[in-house]
Write a protein that binds this ligand. Structure first.
Ligand SMILES: Nc1ncnc2c1ncn2[C@@H]1O[C@H](COP(=O)(O)OP(=O)(O)OP(=O)(O)O)[C@@H](O)[C@H]1O
Ligand SMILES: [Mg+2]
Length: 300
């Protein structure tokens, strides 16, 4: 993966942060300096990576790895300061209740504060002029909110007059739309609803926002126990509630049904998405541990 900005997107709870952590680890192992930027999330990544807690300031979470849990208010403040280039001027403006209320009320401003901050980190350099981070991974908000966030730069370009804000939004769009610099990593589960939602998300990203899809991770994949014929045979079995042995057949039928849904979901995803999916197995131990993340990172 050569891109410098990776957007990890998908439905709530499907494993976006798990995939972000595994992705960060796999890129860091190749010697890249990686920053994971989370959007005001419930902090879970420190457990996954075995690091100190990740808050509003960028912290090192491992070799070549940093993370930050962006807070919109704080990010907006940082951005305001960057634009105004003066703490005194910022204080005059932003310590004013009315100005603060106004800024908070501008639609999309909170989203831009976080998305713009994540993008801004791709432009940061060190004293010797080299890049501060080779890759920024945006652990995006769940689908609908994530899309709303990614729509904001275009709104800024359309409505905001020429100036620093608009220039940054234009630069971010240029980066997000170029397959050499940006890729969306879609995360999904091998189930019907998440599959449908992922196909819709992919379509909104590519057709509306022109953001390239770099990879699709199907998380929580079960190792199939049955062939298609065995599934069909199991599903036909008549159950006699009174026969104790039939409980095993019911368990087999449940598993067969899950495997059928999984097989259908995987074939829909392969058919409808522009990239071949990567599979992450369903782990039966706790997945939010450094050992589990390390195992998952090998799949990338
Ligand atoms: N492959 C897996 N096997 C087992 N458990 C998993 C797997 N992937 C993720 N989990 C667990 O599922 C839960 C949700 O994962 P995660 O926090 O990565 O999802 P998310 O998409 O970031 O959620 P949110 O939308 O709330 O941010 C976590 O407890 C995680 O450890
Ligand atoms: Mg998450």
């Amino acid at each position: 993966m050569q891109q410098r900005f990776l957007i990890v997107a998908g439905k709530g709870g499907v494993g976006k942060t798990t995939v972000s952590a595994a992705l960060a680890e796999s890129l860091a192992a190749k010697g890249k300096r990686v920053l994971v930027a989370m959007c005001n999330a419930k902090e879970r990544i420190s457990t996954m990576l075995g690091s100190d807690l990740v808050g509003e300031d960028v912290v090192r979470v491992g070799k070549n790895m940093w993370a930050v849990n962006m807070n919109p208010e704080r990010a907006l403040e940082e951005y305001g300061m960057l634009i105004l280039k003066s703490k005194a001027l910022y204080a005059i403006l932003f310590d004013n209740k009315y100005v603060r209320t106004f800024f908070r009320a501008v639609p999309g401003m909170q989203e831009w504060a976080m998305l713009g901050k994540a993008w801004f980190h791709t432009t940061e350099t060190r004293d010797d002029g080299s890049l501060m981070y080779d890759v920024v991974i945006l652990d995006a908000p769940a689908t609908g909110h994530g899309l709303d966030m990614l729509r904001v730069p275009k709104v800024i370009v359309d409505v905001v007059p020429t100036g620093l804000l608009r220039r940054d939004a234009e630069r971010a769009i240029t980066m997000f739309q170029d397959p050499k610099t940006c890729a969306a990593i879609l995360v999904t589960l091998p189930e019907e609803m998440p599959t449908t939602e992922t196909i819709e998300l992919a379509s909104a990203l590519t057709k509306e926002l022109h953001i390239p899809i770099g990879a699709v991770v199907v998380n929580g994949v079960l190792p199939p126990l049955f062939s298609r014929e065995e599934r069909a045979a199991l599903e036909k079995c008549e159950i006699d509630e009174k026969k104790p042995g039939d409980a095993a057949i019911v368990a087999g039928q449940d598993r067969a049904a899950r495997e059928r849904v999984q097989a259908e979901s995987l074939s829909r995803l392969s058919r409808e998405l522009p990239v071949k999916p990567i599979f992450f197995p369903l782990l039966f131990e706790d997945a939010a541990t450094p050992t589990a993340i390390h195992e998952l990172a090998k799949r990338i």
